[in-house]
Design a protein around this ligand. Structure first.
Ligand code: FAD
Length: 402
């Protein structure tokens, strides 16, 4: 009987070491200041590109890692960045999972050649514009419109909460828009939604001022407005009318990557609590000697290990599918939603526990657990809320949930 391994490969662990060193030397010394100043460090994003982090799932012809990379490596990288700075973790997650992925998966040869080399090199960033002021969880309710006029697509509408969409590195944003109506297999009329690549310098495309967020202060998030934006017919991304399905498929992978970011967050909580529990004295002894504290840290470790296993299992499913073998799409979707739901809710709980372990200092910006507490909440919201994950998981079990 063959024995099942729950460990990552030696190559993955060596790669983890490289990213950890980078995060500790290039990000850790500045993360608190970037957070305080709401500063998006484009120079560090470029360095992440030079390290090859944006190209982990891309073919060599676009400058990616080819066979030397995989989705599991991307999760390792996001986890390690997220352990030091959740903002830099989400920047990588969105750069690859939301920026590169739809172009790589659904783009034409010309689109890939035009956009991917700079994105893969980390010298440019692409946004993913699905959410709108009136269309979040129900993203099919998009109101942005695209009309084909004399061989040019004319776009009008607004997108909301779009990551990596307004920095000096942003080269384009992929968006969904209504291109007409179609008839469902049940004979019902429904919106036809298509996807487009919108260059960030197209006249009429505006990244509005950045949001003032609870957390992820050093990540780049803007509302986008599209006013008579004219783009070539060839900027249609994938098949006309398939845009919504393409964007939902993109989110399956993104959810695994967000779950990896949550693992980094929980690991940071464990690290911080272990150190503090050994140093902080109360009633004449380190607080780690008190069961009330030690048991809470033990709970963090359980959440960490369970979350990590779910993430790497889902990443392994993704990698197996990339090589054209094994699991079905339904298995990937279920694994992604389960990992996302469990890891992100665990991260929120973990940051609450870690803040409690730090007592009053946990409420002061001087300690990283405070930043983690603010950063964690959005993990339960972005790329599908916890409620949406529960809905998808229940449907995956065959329940007819609306
Ligand atoms: C910092 C940040 C970055 C983001 N980056 C991007 C990005 O790059 N690109 C992008 O397209 N989007 C992005 N988003 C948007 C994010 O994906 C949405 O916020 C999320 O999907 C929820 O949509 P909503 O905010 O409209 O909430 P709503 O859909 O209005 O939900 C409100 C509440 O109702 C609940 N709810 C809604 N429908 C149901 C249902 N059927 N059953 C049970 N409960 C339900 C939700 O779970 C939630 O609790 C980002 C968001 C944030 C905060």
């Amino acid at each position: 009987m063959c024995c099942m391994s729950f460990e990552l490969s030696r190559e993955h662990e060596e790669f983890r070491h490289v990213v950890r060193e980078f995060a500790e030397s290039e990000i850790a010394p500045h993360a608190a200041e970037w957070d305080r100043e709401h500063h998006f460090p484009t120079d560090v994003v470029r360095q992440m590109g030079k390290l090859g982090l944006m190209g982990l799932t891309a073919p060599e012809e676009y400058g990616g890692a080819g066979e030397d990379g995989d989705f599991t490596s991307l999760c390792v990288a996001i986890e390690e960045l997220g352990r030091i700075d959740q903002s830099m973790g989400i920047t990588l997650e969105a750069a690859v999972g939301l920026g590169i992925s739809p172009i790589l998966t659904f783009g034409s040869a010309e689109q890939k050649e035009k956009w991917l080399p700079d994105l893969v090199a980390g010298q440019a960033l692409a946004g993913f514009g699905l959410t709108e002021p009136g269309a979040g969880s129900d993203a099919g309710a998009t109101r942005t419109r695209a009309e084909l006029v004399d061989g040019v697509w004319v776009l009008n509408g607004a997108k909301q909460f779009i990551t990596n969409s307004g920095s000096e590195l942003t080269s384009c944003v992929s968006i969904t828009a209504r291109t007409g109506t179609s008839t469902s297999p049940a004979g019902k009329e429904r919106a036809e939604i298509s996807a487009f690549i919108v260059p960030a310098d197209a006249p009429g495309f505006t990244a509005e001022p950045a949001y003032d967020k609870l957390g992820w202060h050093a990540s780049d998030t803007h509302p986008i407005t599209l006013e008579d934006v004219r783009i070539p017919e060839g900027n249609l991304l994938g098949e006309r009318g398939r845009g919504y399905a393409q964007f939902l498929a993109t989110l399956d992978d993104g959810r695994i990557a967000i779950a990896a970011l949550a693992v980094g967050c929980i690991q940071a909580c464990v690290d911080a609590c272990l150190q503090y529990a050994g140093e902080r004295q109360s009633f004449g002894a380190p607080i780690g000697r008190k069961q009330g504290v030690a048991f809470q840290i033990a709970d963090l470790e359980v959440m960490l290990r369970a979350s990590r296993l779910l993430v790497y299992k889902a990443a392994a499913v993704k990698d197996a599918m990339r090589h054209g073998s094994g699991p079905t799409l339904a298995e990937l979707k279920q694994a992604a939603s389960v990992a996302k739901l469990y890891a992100t809710e665990s991260a929120v709980t973990a940051t609450r526990i870690a803040t409690q372990v730090f007592g009053g200092y946990g409420f002061m910006e001087e300690y990283p657990v405070t930043r983690l507490y603010r950063d964690a909440k959005v993990l339960e919201i972005g790329e599908g809320t916890s409620e949406v994950q529960r809905m998808l998981i229940a449907r995956g079990l065959g329940l007819p949930v609306e």
